[in-house]
Structure formats: structure tokens, C-alpha cells
Design a binder for this molecule. Structure first.
Ligand SMILES: [Zn+2]
Ligand SMILES: [Zn+2]
Length: 206
């Protein structure tokens, strides 16, 4: 989670943001829209959602609580997939960086959704079903960029989403755990993203 938070934050701010802003006059507004889109679905529609293991069984008492959390996370996962597709449409190196950023937080994301299913009493089958829904939403997002001309909208939106996931979903969870290893993981993630871009450039991947 720490590595993913650092890598994602650096990737969204340093590699995605400049392209997203340059995409046109609507760029900044679309970034803001992407940010609040996730906020709306994860924290306004869903009464209880946070990254990490779901241990608040009382919060999952209402049958709808786990479904709204899954729906919110699925909207976010759709944009995970769209981020990779729109990054790839800009350049192969941006595509690779965004892919790694998404990959690094997918593990805690799957763990989160599986623990939500367990806490709401759906058992192991429910946990598997929830993670499959999330995987399908991600694939659907990646395949939805049919027309490359949509990148001008898809990339700024994805940038806002990625920024939200990194700064507002993952960093607060990272902060909840005070340890040297966690802090080191976050900064290692930032360094990996910055270094990774240089390495891809040196390797001639554009
Ligand atoms: Zn909880
Ligand atoms: Zn995600």
C-alpha cells in the first residue's frame, strides 16, 4: 500500500498531470471532475468505505453497505482500466508507468473488497465474487477507450481519479500506520516512479 501510494502520487502529478492540462482548456476542470467522481461514489453514495482491511463489522450490518462500497470501488476500478488505456494512447512509456501504478494498488484494493464481503457475512464465495466484479470493471474500463480522440477527456478524468486514489484513499491509510518501513515504502514508490520514467526514456520507449 505504501509503495503503491508513493508510486501513484508521483505518476499522477509528474507524468499524467502535465499531459492532462495540455489536453485543452477543459483539462483542469476534467481533473477536478475525476477527483470528485470517486469521492462521490466511494464516500457520498457508500456510507462506509476505506482502503485496507474492513474490520468494522457493525458498519456492514446494513445489507446495502457492502454493495454500495463495491459499487463505489467498481466506478474507481473502471477508471483504473481507463487510465492505463489513455496513458498508452499518449505514449508507451506513460502507459507502462500508469500500468505499474495501477498494478501496485490492485493488491490492497482486492484485499479491501474481499474483507468488505467477509465483514458483511458473505463468506469466501462473496469475497471471490466481489474481487471478480472489480476485475471485470477494470477490464471494461481498459476496453472502453474505443476512439483515441477521447484521450483528451479520458486522460484528465483519469488523472483526477488517480490523484484521488493516491492522495485521499491510500495516503490516509499509510498515515494510520506509523512505522519506518511504511514511510520508506512511500518514498521508495515516489523514487521508483521518477527513476522508472528516466529508465524508460533511456531504453528508447516513447
Ligand atoms: Zn471500516
Ligand atoms: Zn483502483
Amino acid at each position: 500500500m505504501g509503495l503503491g501510494a508513493g508510486f501513484m502520487l508521483a505518476t499522477s502529478l509528474v507524468h499524467m498531470l502535465p499531459v492532462a492540462v495540455g489536453a485543452g482548456d477543459r483539462g483542469p476542470l476534467l481533473i477536478l471532475a475525476g477527483y470528485f467522481l470517486v469521492h462521490f461514489f466511494e464516500h457520498t453514495v457508500a456510507p462506509h468505505f476505506h482502503f485496507g482491511e474492513e474490520t468494522h463489522e457493525h458498519a456492514m450490518d446494513a445489507p446495502s453497505a457492502s454493495w454500495t462500497a463495491l459499487a463505489g470501488l467498481s466506478v474507481h476500478a473502471f477508471f483504473d482500466g481507463l487510465s492505463i488505456a489513455s496513458g498508452l494512447a499518449v505514449s508507451r512509456s506513460l502507459g507502462v508507468l500508469v500500468f505499474v501504478a495501477i498494478l501496485l494498488h490492485k493488491l490492497p484494493e482486492g484485499f479491501t473488497v474481499a474483507s468488505i464481503a467477509m465483514a458483511s457475512g458473505q463468506g469466501r464465495r462473496g469475497a471471490l465474487r466481489s474481487s471478480l466484479v472489480l476485475a471485470a470493471a477494470t477490464l471494461f474500463g481498459a476496453l472502453s477507450l474505443v476512439d483515441p480522440a477521447w484521450v483528451g477527456v479520458a486522460l484528465p478524468l483519469s488523472t483526477g481519479v488517480t490523484l484521488y486514489v493516491a492522495a485521499s484513499d491510500l495516503i490516509p491509510e499509510v498515515n494510520a500506520i506509523r512505522s519506518f518501513r511504511m514511510a520508506a515504502a512511500v518514498f521508495a514508490g515516489v523514487a521508483l516512479s521518477l527513476l522508472g520514467a528516466r529508465l524508460l526514456e533511456a531504453a528508447g520507449l516513447h
